[in-house]
Design a protein around this ligand. Structure first.
Ligand code: BG6
Length: 491
């Protein structure tokens, strides 16, 4: 769908709380610059950073500049565009939970914008543990306009939203006192990735997939996510969440929801999110023996998880997890869904593998033996691609069958630049499109899938299986896959 007319719209103030941090400087501001270069920000916009570190506007701009790229304005004009953009970025230092900090910020904004009505985006680029403090202080400072005035205030928060169903519900309720659901944008940045957005198009803008997208034809689904790096300097954060909360409960479950949901009535955010919620509610929580956990150990490729900065030496936090899920609905009942996610693994990959059932009545049997099953592989990253594995006759006088690929590789098929997920999501926030954001009932349904097993893993103090830094899937995960008929799962 076409984006709004470029450069139009009311004045906009984007307030980044936690502006000295990594998320703000490496993701949010570069994405805003990319939107600016393409003309997607209103003519009258400003970016305001708030954090605890004392800094001048100039120092703040110098920090931001280090992460801006000339992707959309190559050549000489890039420096000028950067200078224009940075000239609209301002900084104010203050404590996150202090009303005074926001009143000072407001004074500064008034000085820059005057008394006109300004729409505002509050981006909470701070740890989830202080979302509430920030929201309360913002509310008390009178800076938030949710429906009461003609300008709007939208809040953007990033997962993890809570640690389980109860804490997530509490967060939703408390935040709701300041920002109502309509103005709350919960980001799962995987929903902004190009191929994830394409899942619905692939399924619902093509005739050929729908008839085979069900238990009659699909043998199993595997969604895998691996990173070759460890937690590095994020050990403090990671240790209190672990891979199930950091990646599986959100990124992978969202991919599954889009892959497996029923066709929504239309493309509106209400209909799409209704369809996702219905799907998530059909997934019973996995039992303890349907989940396995691992933790990376030292190898020549990197340190042990327990040796990373800020990680306790007796940590039981999982850096790898695999889970077997079932979807109890007429479309998917009986099709095993295997999710796995790991840090410090042997490669960087995120892909979906949908394996189809074997071909009945193989007429080539005598010559080729068992026919391998077809597979649809959707590679989200890196090197975005959609591949269908099919049997084909090898050219020649003999009848020789070979497994080949129908391959749509984005790099060769499209000349367009693939935008960063944050560019797309921030533009959606500006335009008020909530399709790619997590609604509160969707969040609750996603927590319901994993909360019981998370509690059980923690209360029983289950020891994760050690795997070497840079190694493949832990042995227990292979066992789980094999026991449940997913023989094709690869490490
Ligand atoms: C984040 C997780 O949500 O996604 C990180 O907290 C992970 O642990 C990151 O590294 C991966 O994002 P991307 O876009 O680089 O695949």
């Amino acid at each position: 769908m076409k984006r709004s007319e470029k450069g139009s719209g009311r004045p906009l103030g984007i307030i980044i709380v936690g502006a000295s941090g990594d998320l703000a400087q490496r993701k949010i501001v570069p994405a805003l610059f990319a939107l600016y270069c393409q003309g997607f920000l209103p003519r009258d916009f400003h970016v305001y950073g708030l954090a605890r570190t004392p800094m001048t506007h100039e120092e703040f701009r110098a920090r931001l500049m280090m992460h801006l790229t000339c992707r959309y304005v190559p050549g000489e004009s890039c420096a000028a565009r950067m200078a224009e953009f940075l000239g609209r970025c301002y900084y104010s230092a203050g404590q996150y939970g202090s009303v005074d900090a926001y009143l000072d910020l407001f004074q500064m904004m008034r000085g820059i914008e005057g008394r006109q009505a300004v729409d505002r985006i509050f981006y909470m680029a701070v740890p989830p543990s202080i979302f509430m403090q920030v929201a309360r202080a913002l509310g008390d400072s009178g800076l938030v306009a949710c429906g009461s005035r003609k300008e709007w205030s939208r809040v953007v928060i990033e997962k993890p939203f809570g640690r389980d169903r109860a804490s997530s519900d509490q967060l939703v309720q408390e935040m709701g006192k300041v920002f109502t659901e309509e103005f709350t944008y919960r980001i799962d940045h995987y929903l902004g990735k190009e191929i994830v957005q394409n899942l619905m198009v692939l399924r619902f803008a093509n005739l050929v997939f729908e008839p085979i997208w069900n238990r009659e034809f699909v043998d199993s689904i595997h969604i895998t996510w691996k990173e070759p790096v460890g937690v590095g300097l994020r050990g403090g954060y990671f240790d209190s969440f672990g891979i199930l909360r950091d990646v599986m409960q959100n990124h992978l479950l969202q991919i599954l929801a889009l892959l497996a949901m029923e066709k929504p009535g239309d493309y509106s955010s209400a209909a799409v999110r209704d369809a996702k919620v219905s799907l998530l509610r059909c997934i019973p929580p996995p039992a303890l023996d349907e989940v396995c956990v691992g933790q990376y150990a030292a190898s020549p490729k990197g340190p042990a998880y327990k040796g990373e900065p800020s990680v306790p030496c007796d940590s039981l936090t999982a850096t790898y997890a695999a889970a077997l899920l079932r979807i109890r609905n007429p479309r998917w009942d009986g099709v095993p869904v295997f999710l796995d996610a790991g840090k410090a693994m042997n490669e960087r990959i995120n892909e979906v593998r949908m394996r189809f059932k074997g071909v009945p009545g193989n007429i080539f049997g005598g010559q080729v033996g068992e026919l391998p099953a077809n597979e649809l592989v959707i590679r989200i990253q890196p090197d975005e691609a959609i591949t269908m594995k099919v049997m084909n006759k090898t050219p020649g006088l003999d009848l020789k069958l070979e497994k080949t690929e129908l391959n749509l590789r984005y790099q060769t098929a499209f000349k367009e630049e693939i935008p960063d997920a944050y560019e797309c999501l921030l533009l959606d926030v500006i335009e008020g499109d909530r399709n790619l954001f997590i609604r509160s009932d969707e969040l609750a349904a996603a927590w319901d899938v994993f909360t019981p097993v998370l509690h059980e893993l923690e209360s029983r103090r289950i020891q994760p299986e050690a795997y070497p830094f840079g190694g493949g899937m832990p042995e227990a995960a292979f066992g789980l896959a094999r026991r449940n008929g997913l023989s094709a799962v690869q490490g």
